[in-house]
Design a protein around this ligand. Structure first.
Ligand SMILES: Cc1cc2nc3c(=O)[nH]c(=O)nc-3n(C[C@H](O)[C@H](O)[C@H](O)COP(=O)(O)O)c2cc1C
Length: 259
């Protein structure tokens, strides 16, 4: 019988090219699910029940939040007209139309600034760190949501491509000042998932006591063979053209100070 430990060891070997014998722990079944995760871009048409959505939102927002400021806001796009408008902005991702659910994870500095308005106190922290904190909170909630969904038998795919059309998404979702989308998240019961994708070896991404540049260089040389494609070349090509050059001006337009 295949055990959770076998599944974890197999996923880690495939993902990182590393042999690891999982220690005896509780919740190994959950760790097996999380280690085998991959994005899902093909969904069954079955709706996701409201109590499940609510549970996933609650779990995501139970994640840590910078200074207890709670600067993540999740917007569920339930209106079919709004869903269709977003889908039509992303013709390169037609699969999105088949996702039963779409959420947008926002960095929310508006709610935080309301506290200062309510107490009639000037907000004196309008600088890059404030934007960064709100973005990190939204990203943490996104990650926690993805893991919770996976454990609940659902599949997800984050969609930063919504930021290619930041002005239109902003208007469609009626976002106040200081609220900026970090990413969308498609959600549903998986019809199929993408194959597990190999990551850089942990030697390149987990360092001890000091940043290990040599380990990074070694892995950048070796990774392509394990990945089965020229990952370095692909990423240089992908990011060799300017994308989202307007994002900074959008964020400044939403009144975040970025100095
Ligand atoms: C913040 C974020 C934004 C992403 N945006 C997109 C996107 O716009 N479109 C898409 O198809 N996948 C998107 N993805 C999914 C990644 O392409 C995917 O996670 C990556 O290729 C690794 O695959 P894996 O998650 O299956 O390991 C995004 C992932 C993250 C974390």
């Amino acid at each position: 019988m295949t055990t959770a430990r076998d599944l974890i060891a197999a996923a880690i070997s495939q993902r990182y090219g590393e042999r690891l014998a999982p220690p005896a722990l509780g919740n190994l079944d959950a760790l097996a699910v999380l280690n085998a995760r991959s994005v899902c871009r093909r969904y069954k048409p079955d709706p996701v029940p409201d109590p499940v959505l609510r549970l996933l939102c609650a779990t995501a927002l139970a994640a840590p939040t910078k200074s207890d400021l709670q600067q993540a806001t999740l917007i569920r796009v339930a209106d079919p007209v709004k869903r269709a408008a977003i889908t039509s902005l992303l013709p390169g991702s037609p699969w999105l139309a088949g996702a039963p659910e779409l959420f947008v994870f926002c960095a929310d500095g508006w709610r935080f600034r309301r506290l200062f308005s309510l107490r009639k106190v000037a907000f004196v922290n309008e600088h890059l760190d404030a934007f960064f904190n709100a973005s990190v909170d939204a990203a943490i909630a996104l990650g926690a949501f993805v893991s919770a969904a996976e454990l609940a038998g659902l599949g997800t795919c984050p969609i930063s491509q919504i930021r290619d059309h930041i002005g239109k998404i902003d208007a469609l979702l009626e976002l106040p000042d200081w609220v900026v989308p970090v990413a969308g998240l498609a959600l549903g019961y998986p019809e199929s998932k993408e194959p597990l994708s190999a990551r850089l070896a942990l030697s390149a991404t987990v360092h001890t006591d000091r940043y290990d540049r040599e380990a990074v260089e070694r892995e950048l040389g070796a990774y392509g063979a394990r990945r089965g494609r020229d990952w370095v070349g692909d990423k240089v090509k992908q990011y060799g053209v300017e994308t989202r050059g307007d994002f900074g001006s959008h964020v400044r337009g939403k009144r975040f100070g970025l100095a």
